[in-house]
Write a protein that binds this ligand. Structure first.
Ligand code: ZN
Length: 324
């Protein structure tokens, strides 16, 4: 049966959001809560409460299922959480816990994959068959959408663009590696560059945005100063964009995508960073540089939630043998 709605849930380190979503991507109901900090079961309870809230006035038979994006590495076949840095969910059977209390099918996936599915179905990459999504937020995530489908690798652990090495002798990455894209483009890395600049006289514009306290500078302060035209802040983001571009040259050469979508809170606001990455690709990639466009994402904070709902529709339709 063709169902009308799916529930998409986006679980983040800071907040959890759930939405009741129509097939064409219109969100008809939404609920949010701050992510509980007192253990995995509090997180699961919060997710269940939000799902119940957005489903409350809809008949269960109209709902295709529930998709949940988690900031974790997920074995997609086993539907298990293998690795999770920001939340205590590794090894917790989130899917079964939720299905034991809500009579709907549940599918979990990596949050970057969900954001990519969201942009591919309803946003910047609509209608594009070969696309790479990269999300610049506190962490750096991503998704490969190849030949019209999310590519997850053999178990679902693929697409971790943020943990590609860009500098062999680079700084540490929160994952434990060194010189990864996230080491340069995650919020903490940009904030650290901002604090460094704000300690000097020339960093006054950035410092002012943190009420004169160089040590309180965040990545958002750097972006705001850059958007207002401060050259020092612009320099920080353009340099970061250059590093991102170097990494994307490799991706363009490897995959020949038509589109690279840069999302996440930083990616959607720092246009000069994205423009610099595009310049580096245009200068340095092999012939595939002529095919690729680099754009900013369109769905903002909703990308993960909408993509999770899209995933739930896809899983429902493949169970029922329906074609999209
Ligand atoms: Zn890493």
């Amino acid at each position: 049966m063709r169902t009308t709605y799916a529930v998409g849930v986006d679980v983040g380190g800071t907040r959890i959001a759930a939405g009741l979503v129509e097939r064409k991507g219109r969100m008809v109901k939404e609920a949010k809560v701050l992510t509980p900090k007192n253990g995995p079961f509090a997180v699961v309870d919060a997710v269940i409460d939000l799902i119940n809230e957005v489903m409350a006035t809809t008949h269960p038979s109209e709902i295709a299922g529930i998709g949940i994006g988690l900031p974790a590495q997920i074995d997609f076949l086993k539907q298990s959480i293998e690795f999770c840095t920001n939340l205590p969910l590794a090894g917790v059977d989130v899917r079964s816990l939720i299905m034991s209390r809500i009579r709907q099918d549940v599918t979990i996936d990596n949050d970057g994959h969900c954001a990519g599915i969201g942009e591919a179905r309803f946003g910047a990459a609509k209608g594009v068959r070969d696309c790479v999504m990269i999300t610049l937020g506190t962490g750096v995530g991503g998704a490969l959408l190849l030949d019209g489908e999310p590519y997850r690798g053999s178990r679902g652990l693929g697409g971790e663009i943020g943990h590609m090495v860009v500098r062999l002798d680079g700084p540490p990455c929160p994952c434990g590696g060194f010189g990864h894209i996230e080491s340069y483009l995650g919020r903490p890395a940009i904030a650290a560059r901002g604090r460094e600049a704000a300690r000097a006289y020339s960093g006054q514009d950035i410092r002012d945005r943190a009420n004169g306290d160089a040590e309180a500078v965040t990545a958002e302060h750097v972006v705001q100063a850059a958007l207002a035209g401060d050259e020092i802040a612009r320099g920080i983001l353009i340099e970061a964009g250059g590093i991102l571009g170097e990494a994307l040259v490799g991706i363009v050469n490897l995959l020949n995508p038509r589109l690279i979508v840069v999302g996440g809170g930083i990616g959607e606001s720092a246009d000069m960073l994205v423009a610099r990455a595009a310049e580096v690709i245009a200068e340095k990639a092999l012939a595939g540089r002529r095919d690729v466009k680099v754009v900013q994402a369109q769905l903002g904070n909703d990308a993960g939630m909408l993509g999770a709902a899209g995933l739930a529709f896809d899983e429902h339709d493949s169970r029922e043998g329906l074609h999209r």
